[in-house]
Ligand binder design. Structure first.
Ligand SMILES: NC(=O)c1ccc[n+]([C@@H]2O[C@H](COP(=O)([O-])OP(=O)(O)OC[C@H]3O[C@@H](n4cnc5c(N)ncnc54)[C@H](OP(=O)(O)O)[C@@H]3O)[C@@H](O)[C@H]2O)c1
Length: 354
């Protein structure tokens, strides 16, 4: 199953709104076929693995990171393909929560194939968290908040002079994280201070470039900012509340879409309506605080750099609410920087079909 999860990751940034899925076929202790969902619309992982295995699939065990689908979508039902190939046992990490696609396990069982659930389920859920989250039709995207902090817990120096806290390896990894989200967001304070671009410049390009979002109540984002200047190439959305007509016109002339909402909850709902199922928020402190206070941060990613920012620095969590010990999803080193991923909310559980 771990091999199937590694294969699934090869679809990173290419499969949404579908999940990343991996499949391994094993017969007599030997891998006879492997596959993964390479891109939205491309064959499913099971189809690829069955094609590699050919006749060797007969009597094999299939290890799948997601329950095989039972519906005719862009590709034929994988459950039927597994039955037709003569697979004798299917081991699944997580059940499919999608009411349209689910039912594969039942079909396999009806055909006399043994089906087992729950292997490496936590990792499989984490890999496709936005997909599992969206299955319950929530009124907001799955939200990951990422901050680079100093050892003294700050995100910017007293001078607010823009500077990188983390090294190159950590910064490149952030581009990989952007590539797997539908949207990348900042508060207008960050847009004004750092004039960021927020696009994916390192690693594999995502199939669909993430929507760039600025939380900006009065549409203060300058029309000559990098975000506005590049809006025709990379879709850019300003989420406003009481925007003034002048700045809105200037931004719209650049190709920026200005959306007027009645507050954070309304803004998040509007993003879902625009197809944003996952959002990667890159600060700053005020936006982070609002999201934390609203309880809508699902994963908090902290990159800690070996830096002290000293007196007057901007604290990462000024008035953030207190939260008891949360689950650590992952810890990793990038050069001298440390990354920790924390689960602030848990995903709804997906029951295995009986
Ligand atoms: N180290 C890091 O990871 C990191 C990351 C990002 C930024 N930074 C640094 O942090 C500083 C900027 O942070 P900041 O806290 O001043 O600004 P920020 O959080 O980026 O932006 C705050 C502004 O966003 C607007 N906003 C719109 N909707 C909001 C909402 N629901 N909640 C909160 N704010 C909302 C507000 O302005 P309106 O009322 O006008 O809309 C608010 O003043 C810069 O110095 C930047 O370099 C560091």
């Amino acid at each position: 199953m771990r091999r199937a999860l590694a294969l699934a990751r090869r679809g990173w940034g290419q499969t949404a709104p579908n999940p990343m899925v991996g499949a391994v076929l094993v017969k007599d202790g030997v891998v006879v076929g492997e596959g993964f969902h390479a891109k939205f619309g491309a064959p499913h992982a099971e189809a690829m693995a069955l094609a590699v295995a050919g006749d060797l699939a007969r009597g094999a065990t299939a290890y799948l990171t997601l329950e095989p689908c039972a519906h005719e979508g862009k590709t034929p039902p994988c459950a039927d393909a597994l039955i037709a190939a003569g697979v004798s046992r299917v081991v699944v990490a997580v059940a499919d929560p999608n009411p349209v696609a689910q039912g594969g396990a039942k079909r396999l069982l009806a055909a006399g194939i043994a089906v087992e659930f729950g292997f490496e389920a936590e990792e499989a859920l984490e890999l496709n968290a936005p997909f599992f989250f969206a299955a319950a039709n929530p009124p907001r995207p799955w939200i990951t908040l990422k901050l680079a902090v100093s050892v003294d817990g700050a995100i910017a120096s007293a001078s607010r002079e823009p500077r990188w806290l983390t090294g190159e390896a950590a910064r490149h990894y952030v581009h990989r994280l952007r590539a797997v989200h539908d949207a990348v967001a900042v508060g207008v304070g960050t847009a004004l201070a750092d004039d960021p671009n927020l696009n994916v410049r390192h690693g594999r390009r995502p199939r669909v470039a993430p929507l760039r979002v600025v939380f900006d109540r009065t549409a203060r984002l300058p029309a000559d900012s990098q975000l506005a200047r590049t809006a025709r190439r990379s879709p850019t959305l300003v989420v406003a509340e009481q925007p003034e007509a002048g700045p809105v016109t200037a931004l719209e002339q650049r190709g920026v879409v200005v959306l007027t909402t009645s507050g954070l909850a309304d803004a998040l709902r509007a993003l879902v309506e625009r197809g944003v199922r996952s959002m990667f928020v890159e600060g700053g402190a005020q936006l982070a605080q609002s999201l934390l206070a609203a309880g809508v941060v699902d994963r908090l990613i902290i990159f800690q750099a070996p830096v002290l920012l000293g007196p007057g620095a901007l604290a990462a969590f000024v008035e953030a609410p207190s939260v008891d010990r949360f689950r650590v999803v992952e810890r990793r080193e990038f050069g001298d920087d440390l990354m920790a991923v924390y689960a602030l909310n848990e995903l709804p559980s997906v029951a295995a079909p009986t």
